[in-house]
Design a binder for this molecule. Sequence first.
Ligand code: ZN
Length: 396
Amino acid sequence: MALTSTALHQELVTGGPVPDDPERAVRYSRIRELLFLVGIVWQWLTLLAWLTGRRSARWQVTARRLVPRPVLATPLCALGYAVAEWLTVLPLSYLRGYVVEHRFGLSTQTRVAWFTDTLKALGVALALEVPLITGVYAVIRRSPRWWWLILAGLALPFTVLLAQLWPVLIAPIFNKYEPFRDTALAERIRRLAERAGVRVAAVLRMDMSRQTRKANAFFAGLGGTKRIVLADTLLDNFTPDEIETVVAHELGHQVHRDVWKLVGLGTLSTLGGAWLLDRLARPLIQRYRQRLGFSSIAEPASLPLLSLLAGLLGLLAMPLQNWFSRRFVESRADRYALEQTGRPDVFISAMERLGRVNLSDPSPPMLVKLILYSHPPIAERIQTARAFQPAAAPPS
Ligand SMILES: [Zn+2]
């Protein structure tokens, strides 16, 4: 799970019951989970391929030869790894993002539109990753002993900046965001926020139907870029009452300052992860330096090894991060929505509709939930709504 504000991007997508064809939803979920697993194994294999036969060491030598100044060798190395990884993962991305989505009638994209989005994503990834990786290696070279600590210190302002800029700089590359014009609904949202005593962040409509029939909503941004985003697929297919409940859930994120929680968690993960990387990578390089063809963590040829270890650590941390998200972020936002609207019946129908539209598995296997679900499965969310007792009379 990316731990910037984009973590909230997957808002509400996971989980959901009462599809017209429950078996189809379960089949769709299992296929996605299987492809997730295959994707991880595939990525590890490609990273191992870099490390065996001294490929990454040879690429480092080539990169140094290709650039006029040594300072440019690290960014070129990073660029090469990123493009190679994109190419090796492309068939799987196509299967997951295009074939399966069309097979289940969810995607609205042509092949060309899908590929354009994929290229844009590559562009964004390169623009962020190449300077970032160059910076990381500069820090490792400057301070081989304490680089992990310095990096964690730098991660905080960087994550804050990214959380702030993501909604205005990166998200608009893929979709259009505009204030929505339904004045009656806007007025309801304003009243809801007033009752809750919050100054509502900007509420925007996103043309998600450009990619999919799925419905979604999310809260993102910090400071001046704070916003609640509602997909057109949600606005056009859900009743005003249901939309109000979804907005109340997003308002809950705003009131609970959840973006800050995720920024904090991201910084802690960076600190722990970088320290562990340092401890794990050094002895491995020491032991296998003949076979690897490089002898220091400060050489860019070590990037596939660091990526492999970081991937393993990330996978191990995933259940913990998702548990945190379910328990302290999403369940609380659900409770907030129930308290503010006082309408568990509407909450339940919104969840049921979401489950149908998004082909969600209402009750995934326990292991799948523990590892992959940032939100409680919708059967649980409905259970929470059924058990909900308004503390006072519902607000008028
Ligand atoms: Zn949420």
